[in-house]
Design a protein around this ligand. Structure first.
Ligand code: PLP
Length: 334
């Protein structure tokens, strides 16, 4: 496949694919985990793959200041600040409270703490203010001072970001190939802004692999999420192969969102504890815990059987465990 845009290297190597023997034994199917939580600056996570081409584009346009919008516990913002530090670029985070504070330390722990350590420039805005409007204003101010701003798309989910997850699908295929195994039957992933799932879907489809990506929504309802992922995936497939033209069958399940984005669910918390206990791996209450609770339910309902092979994408977000620490203790213990 031709390189679409200049890419800046933010990840050293392909991320490990690890078999989870204890979770597999406990649940039935063969479950692997793709460690996209490992590697890269700013405590890593799935946003780094997306940023490789997005920041490549920023550098190609001679920009020196990256602007991102998010809430105070945003993984996307925290990771962006980290890679900006690494590359010697400036960054500005436009912040508002999207998630009601979950405990007294919510704005001082987890990603908020890490952004503070990196001396992130935070521009607080009111809840009612539109992120895009606020980012454009910040960009104008930077221009007035002679800087060259670059606005990061929401969740890093534009075509450039999606291509990072096309790469990930190719890695998974290669990793199974090296094991002399058929590609996996299913890939499970948390779906927020949709770019991660869209890239995986496009990556498998463009190689004619039967691997089905199941997105577990943590944000949008099914209809909205499906539309977003379909559009992003279609755009990627069209650029990879201009002749591509057929309907996509995107699956995003919104049964595990719970009350809202950023509000933990009991099933998600239970999934985090189970994976920690059995495998010594940490998921988070906002994304991967909910995604894992989806996978567990699909297995319990028999939608996925012990003859299936599943890859769970560990998209990162471990700092969020600290932001939600009180969820993991009995209230009387705190
Ligand atoms: C952003 C994020 C996701 C969701 O990825 P999208 O591409 O926005 O759907 C999943 N997990 C973690 C830990 C994230 O930070």
């Amino acid at each position: 496949m031709k390189e679409i845009k200049q890419k800046v290297k933010l990840l050293n190597s392909i991320s490990p694919l690890e078999f989870l023997p204890n979770l597999s034994k406990h649940l039935g199917p063969k479950i692997y985990i793709k460690r996209d939580d490992e590697g890269g600056r700013g405590a890593g996570g799935n946003k780094l793959r997306k940023y490789e081409r997005i920041i490549g584009d920023a550098l190609a346009s001679n920009c020196d200041t990256l602007i991102i919008a998010g809430h105070y516990q945003s993984n996307a913002s925290r990771a962006l600040v980290g890679v900006a530090c690494q590359l010697g670029l400036k960054s500005v985070v436009v912040c508002k409270e999207m998630i009601p504070p979950q405990n007294a330390d919510f704005l001082k722990n987890g990603n908020a703490l890490l952004m503070n350590l990196m001396d992130a420039e935070i521009v607080p805005i009111e809840k009612e203010t539109d992120y895009q409007t606020a980012m454009l204003e910040v960009a104008e101010q930077i221009k007035l001072k002679g800087g060259k701003p670059y606005i990061i798309p929401f969740g890093g989910s534009n075509f450039l970001g999606v291509m990072g997850y096309v790469d990930c699908a190719h890695e998974i295929i290669e990793q199974f190939d090296e094991l002399n195994f058929q590609p996996p039957d299913y890939v499970f992933v948390a779906c927020g802004s949709g770019g991660t799932q869209a890239g995986l879907e496009a990556g498998f489809l463009s190689n004619n692999y039967k691997t089905k990506t199941i997105g577990i929504s943590v944000l949008h309802d099914q209809e909205k999420a499906t539309t977003i992922v379909s559009n992003l995936s279609y755009e990627a497939l069209k650029r990879i192969d201009p002749d591509f033209d057929y309907d996509l069958d995107i699956i995003v399940d919104d049964d595990f969102v719970g009350e809202a984005y950023g509000i933990p669910t009991q099933k998600g918390l239970d999934a985090i504890k189970l994976v920690a206990k059995l495998e010594g791996l940490f998921l988070c209450p906002v994304y991967t815990g909910k995604a894992m609770s989806g996978l567990i339910s699909y297995i319990e309902e028999g939608k996925i059987t012990k003859n299936d092979t599943v890859v769970f994408i560990h998209t990162g977000g471990m700092p969020l465990i600290y932001a939600y620490y009180d969820q993991f203790f009995e209230q009387s213990d705190i």
